[in-house]
Design a protein around this ligand. Structure first.
Ligand code: NAD
Length: 333
C-alpha cells in the first residue's frame, strides 16, 4: 500500500524502513506535521500514517477524503487528536497501536519522580560547575509514601508494580479496577480521596472530554500541600495556568511533565535559536522544582520496534481485507 507518513524524524524512517523490509509497502516520509495546510502532500495516498500532534480535524479529514485517503494509521496509542465522527462519516478507517512497551512510559514516569525528589537535575548542573553544596537538594524516602495513580491500564499497572518495589503505598482511581493491581495490594478509592491522601499523584488515563482539565483548581485544592504531580499521559489533563499558581504558592511541591497542553507548537523540534512565544511554558521552565521532557516517555528501542511492527501489520490487514483488532471508531471511544 502507498503510505504517506507525516511528522517524521530520522528515527521514524529508520525503524519503519527496517520493519517494512519483508512487507514491501510503498512508504514516503514527510517531515511536516499534518494539518489543513499540509494535507495536500497526502494527495494520491490511500493511507497516511500520523503521530500524536498531527491535526486530524473535520477540515483536514474532508480534504483527505476528497483526495482519496481511506486509511489513517496512527503510530501512537492515544487518538484524541482525531475527529472520529467525521472520519466515520467520510468512510475513513482509523487504526492505532494500542499497546507498545508500556514499560517505556512507566519507567520514564518513575525517572521523573526520582529526579524531582532527589533533585538530580539540579545536582547534575551544580557538580559540573564545581558546586558541591547539598543545600536545597534534600528529598524524601519513597518507602512508605502514598502514591496515587489515576488510570490503571497498561501503563498505570506497571507504574504500580515498580513502586511496590520501592515499598510505596499505592492508591488508585479507575472506573475499571485492574485485577492484577488488586492482587498486588493496590487500594482503589474515589478520586477525592486519592487527591487528598497521596504524596505523589501520577496520571495514566486517556484524554477524553471527561478527563479534560481533570487536574483543575478544585482537584488541586484537595491535594496535600507540597504534593508531587506527574503527567506522562496527555497535556490537557492538567489546567496549566492553575498549576503555575499552585507552584508559586508551593501547594504543588514538584511537577514532572512529559506532555503539555500546547506541545504541538513546541515539541519534537529544535527551537533553541528561536524566541519561544508561549509565556505559560516559559514560566513553567523557570521553576527549580519543575522537570519537563518533550514527549519522550515512549522513546525506547523496544517501543519504536513495536510501533513500527504493529502499524505496518495494521496497514497490511486493512489493505488485504483481513480482520484488524486495532480499528478505532467513535463507537468504541
Ligand atoms: P490504557 O487504555 O491501557 O489505560 C487507561 C486507563 O485509564 C484504563 O484503565 C481506563 O479505565 C482508565 N480511565 C479512563 N478514563 C478515566 C478517568 N476518567 N479516570 C480514571 N481512569 C480512567 O492506556 P495506557 O496504554 O495505559 O496509556 C495511558 C495513556 O498514556 C494514554 O491514553 C496516552 O495518553 C498516554 N501515553 C503517553 C505516552 C508518552 O510517550 N508520554 C505514550 C503512550 C501513552
Amino acid at each position: 500500500m502507498k503510505v504517506a507518513f507525516f511528522s517524521t524524524k530520522s528515527y521514524d524512517r529508520d525503524f519503519f524502513t527496517v520493519a517494512n523490509y519483508d512487507r514491501e509497502h510503498d512508504l514516503v516520509f514527510f517531515e511536516p506535521r499534518l494539518d489543513h495546510h499540509t494535507v495536500r502532500l497526502a494527495k494520491g495516498y490511500p493511507a497516511i500514517c500520523t503521530f500524536v500532534n498531527d491535526k486530524l480535524d473535520d477540515v483536514t479529514l474532508e480534504i483527505l477524503a476528497l483526495q482519496g485517503t481511506r486509511l489513517i494509521a496512527l503510530r501512537c496509542a492515544g487518538f484524541n487528536q482525531v475527529d472520529l465522527k467525521a472520519a466515520a462519516r467520510l468512510n475513513i478507517q482509523v487504526v492505532r497501536v494500542p499497546a507498545y512497551s508500556p514499560y517505556a512510559v512507566a519507567e520514564h514516569t518513575i525517572g521523573l519522580m526520582l529526579t524531582l525528589n532527589r533533585k538530580i537535575h539540579r545536582a547534575y548542573n551544580r557538580v559540573r560547575e564545581g558546586n558541591f553544596s547539598l543545600d536545597g537538594l534534600i528529598g524524601f524516602d519513597l518507602h512508605n509514601r502514598t502514591v496515587g495513580i489515576i488510570g490503571t491500564g497498561k501503563i498505570g499497572q506497571i507504574v504500580a508494580q515498580i513502586l511496590k518495589g520501592f515499598g510505596c503505598q499505592i492508591m488508585a482511581y479507575d472506573m475499571f479496577p485492574s485485577p492484577a493491581c488488586i492482587e498486588m495490594g493496590v487500594n482503589y478509592v474515589d478520586l477525592p480521596k486519592l487527591l487528598s491522601h497521596a504524596d505523589i499523584i501520577t496520571l495514566h488515563c486517556p484524554l477524553t472530554p471527561e478527563t479534560h482539565h481533570l487536574i483543575d483548581r478544585t482537584a488541586i485544592d484537595r491535594m496535600k500541600s507540597g504534593v508531587m504531580l506527574i503527567n506522562t499521559s496527555r497535556g490537557a489533563l492538567i489546567d496549566t495556568a492553575v498549576v503555575i499558581e499552585s507552584l508559586k504558592s508551593r501547594k504543588i511541591g514538584a511537577l514532572g511533565l512529559d506532555v503539555y497542553e500546547q506541545e504541538s507548537e513546541l515539541f519534537f523540534e529544535d527551537l533553541s535559536d528561536r524566541i519561544i512565544q508561549d509565556d505559560i511554558f516559559e514560566r513553567l521552565v523557570t521553576f527549580p522544582n519543575v522537570l519537563i521532557t518533550a514527549h519522550q516517555a515512549f522513546f525506547t528501542t523496544e517501543a519504536m520496534q513495536d510501533i513500527a511492527e504493529t502499524t505496518l501489520t495494521n496497514i497490511t490487514e486493512i489493505a488485504t481485507n483481513q480482520l484488524c483488532a486495532n480499528i478505532v471508531s467513535h463507537i468504541n471511544k
